[in-house]
Design a protein around this ligand. Structure first.
Ligand code: PLP
Length: 381
């Protein structure tokens, strides 16, 4: 069986795990204890990791705030801006209808609190047009939040254009970079944004740790207010004892990504080419959702005409671990809201699966197991 659900969670890199075990085995102090060496050692581990995150993004170390992951980072951005609203009176947010639920459920909550939220629909190719975002800007727009790469389709969003346009405007720009962090490294290093969210487990780090980046460009203090109350950790942006080994794992994953991202992208491309070739030669009737020209090299969203994705996943799960819709929806089937927003017909959505992989994916295993899946599809069509 081959694991092809990296966009839901990628396996931890063994080098990351080894480093974390090393940290766990050393006596872990509280990184905020200043009275003994254990605390100091832990603090150094945490600060080294902060440097690695900053280095990967070419930003300053004190712009990095550790959180439990992108869900929390997204929540802090949206809910933490409330304070800012009270100061400025601004209550308008622009986002897209293909964001992760960690954005969409939070904006829904903000709407109940009186915020005005506009959701930009993507084009048929899964990309949000920057002009559609710009046309919605108002005097009271507080925040624009657009993801870098969509988790279901792999579609790269035009965040560079949006960031450039908003740079000199009095509007915050947040980017959910969960699916691009450590992958589209060159793009993220030049991207203009105020806030950015990521999770370690999408790039070979551990689950339960991530970061929120708050750029100091336009303000001295973070514009967001803490949404939890507690200790002074992470400058109060995210109180709670710092999980030293998890942070160390995130740092290690960043260090590896810095030196390997180009090679990783090439390996992912090779697997994509292999999958595309197999599809072409399979004799199945299929379509690729989205536009490959704007797609990250580790994701394919495929529609097998006339085949229920639910039935397909069930029948072939001993060959391939794949998904339809996003992971958070996949225990009860509801048609993918992302493909729906793209305007695809219902029967195409119901027949679509997401396949996602990483640099460590074994291409030979893919050939065998995905080949079996294709045989099944051909038999059913
Ligand atoms: N944002 C995007 C684009 C994602 O793909 C995910 C995870 O699938 C998240 C946010 C949430 O990440 P986590 O579950 O690690 O908090």
């Amino acid at each position: 069986s081959v694991y092809l659900d990296y966009n839901a969670s990628a396996p931890i890199d063994s080098r990351v795990l080894d480093y974390m075990v090393e940290i766990y085995k050393g006596t872990l102090g509280n990184a905020d204890s200043r009275t003994h060496d254990f605390g100091e050692t832990s603090r150094q581990v945490v600060e080294k990791a902060r440097n690695e995150v900053a280095n990967l993004l070419s930003i300053k170390k004190d712009e990095v705030f550790f959180t439990s992951g992108a869900t929390e980072s997204n929540n802090i951005v949206l809910l933490g801006l409330k304070e800012y609203t009270e100061l400025t009176g601004k209550k308008h947010i622009i986002t897209s209808s293909i964001e992760h639920k960690a954005i969409l459920e939070t904006t829904k909550h903000l709407q109940q609190l009186g915020f005005k939220v506009d959701y930009v629909a993507p084009e048929r190719d899964g990309r949000v047009l920057p002009e559609k975002v710009f046309n919605l800007l108002r005097k009271d727009t507080l925040l624009v939040s657009i993801m870098h790469v969509n988790n279901e389709t792999g579609a790269i969003q035009p965040v560079q254009e949006i960031g450039n346009y908003l740079f000199d405007k009095d509007v915050f720009f947040h980017v959910d970079a969960t699916q691009s962090f450590g992958k589209l490294v060159d793009e993220l290093r030049v991207l203009k944004y105020d806030m950015l969210s990521m999770s370690a487990h999408k790039l070979g780090g551990p689950q339960g740790i991530g970061a929120l980046i708050l750029k100091k460009k336009r303000y001295k203090l973070p514009p967001v207010k803490n949404i939890m109350y507690g200790g002074p950790q992470e400058h109060g942006v995210r109180p709670g004892t710092t999980p030293v080994a998890l942070v160390a794992g995130l740092g290690k994953a960043c260090e590896l990504a810095v030196s390997e991202y180009k090679e990783n992208a090439e390996k992912c491309c090779a697997i994509r080419n292999c999958l595309l070739q197999m599809l072409k030669e399979s004799g199945t009737s299929y379509q690729i959702n989205g536009n490959l020209q704007y797609c990250v090299p580790n994701t394919l969203n495929i529609c097998f005409d006339g085949i229920s994705s639910e039935a397909l996943m069930l029948a072939t799960k001993q060959y391939c671990s794949i998904s339809n819709g996003s992971a958070c929806n996949s225990h009860s089937y509801s048609p993918s809201y992302v493909l729906t927003a793209m305007g695809l017909p219902e029967e195409q959505i119901e027949s679509s699966i997401r396949v996602s992989w990483g640099a460590l994916t074994d291409i030979q295993l893919v050939q065998i197991e995905f080949g079996r899946l294709l045989e099944y599809v051909k038999g059913m069509q």
